[in-house]
Ligand binder design. Structure first.
Ligand SMILES: [Zn+2]
Length: 339
């Protein structure tokens, strides 16, 4: 019997579930990627029979690295390289060694999770699991109740991949399209101290929450610097949701707690109620939300766009002439004209 010994080393800190061992009849190919921190080894280990299709299909890995270094900053594990490894299951974000089992199909096993067509422009497992290198492996939750830090940002990263390669509107359509997967069943944050994660809404609703924040900020370059800043500030660390929330609030120069509370700690979608008390007076408020919820929202009345500061108490706004109110579709909220 032949005996082989292999050594594998990782020099960066690694979370316990980020470790994996694969045994198979693997063949190897790879590339050198010129990235933000220098030359990065990108290596691919696939089963012999998959080699030819992998050589074409895994081109998404380089496209991923370009988009994510742009949005999130340098790949966090240059010393360990980046790898894709064929596996008999769908895939997993093992640190610097992502396992791959998406069948060499675009989308999620050939399916578009957004229903818009954009989800078929990339291999879901390559993009999503690699996105976790920044949010999950670089910035890791202290308690699984805060798993949104991994899944919301990584779900959102799929739209940023599209944004980088196909333009902002592609990413926005994708985020809006994924709303059909939201359950609004229970809060995204789970119970602390008992190893309990929150709702699966941490994926699509969490992605929509981040997209709302970008919309509120209305400064895409600053938004990018915040995402990069998170990866710098919490480089190779375990964190709590409070640390992430405070960092973002501080960078915004705005208290975002009411928004985080609503989308992470409550299960409802806020609804903007409105009516006109006379021809020029719009009355509006948030309902179906926590009592302290407050969030600005961009609206359009008779072709005129403006931002209103809505709360749970009624507010008034003078308008030129009353008309149907339309919401900026990038806010994941409801709208109800009550009289
Ligand atoms: Zn994930």
């Amino acid at each position: 019997m032949e005996k082989n010994t292999y050594h594998w080393s990782v020099v960066n800190p690694i979370n316990d579930y980020g470790v994996n061992i694969n045994i198979g009849d693997y063949v190897h190919f790879g590339e050198k990627y010129e990235g933000e921190k220098g030359t990065l080894d990108m290596d691919y280990f696939v089963l012999r029979e998959n080699l030819e299709k992998a050589k074409v299909h895994f081109q998404d890995a380089g496209r991923m690295m370009k988009a994510f270094e742009h949005w999130f900053g340098p790949y966090p594990f240059y010393e360990d390289g980046f790898k894709l490894v064929d596996a008999p299951y769908l895939g997993m974000e093992h640190q610097s060694s992502v396992t791959y089992g998406n069948g060499y199909l675009m989308g999620y096993r050939g399916r578009d999770l957004s229903g818009t067509g954009w989800g078929l422009k990339f291999d879901f497992i390559i993009i999503h699991e690699a996105g976790h290198e920044w949010f999950a492996n670089n910035i890791t939750y202290k308690d699984v109740a805060d798993m949104w830090i991994h899944e919301s940002f990584t779900n959102y990263s799929e739209s940023l991949f599209l944004d980088y390669h196909y333009g902002k509107e592609a990413g926005q359509e994708y985020v809006r399209g994924t709303r059909m997967n939201i359950a609004n069943d229970r809060p995204i944050i789970g119970t602390y101290g008992v190893n309990q994660r929150g709702s699966g809404d941490m994926y699509y609703k969490g992605g929509n929450l981040l997209n709302i924040l970008r919309e509120i900020l209305k400064d895409d370059e600053k938004w990018r610097l915040i995402l990069r800043g998170l990866n710098q500030e919490f480089y190779h660390q375990t964190v709590t949701t409070q640390q992430v929330e405070s960092y973002i609030s501080q960078a915004f120069g705005m208290d975002l707690k009411p928004i985080f509370d609503q989308y992470l700690r409550d299960h409802r979608i806020p609804i903007l109620e409105y009516y006109y008390s006379d021809d020029q007076t719009l009355n509006f408020r948030w309902t179906s939300c926590l009592p302290h919820f407050v969030m600005p929202v961009d609206v359009e009345i008779k072709g005129e766009k403006q931002r209103i500061q809505a709360r749970t108490a009624w507010s008034e706004l003078k308008v030129k002439t009353k008309g149907e109110l339309a919401l900026d579709p990038d806010y994941y909220v409801g709208l109800l004209k009550i009289r």
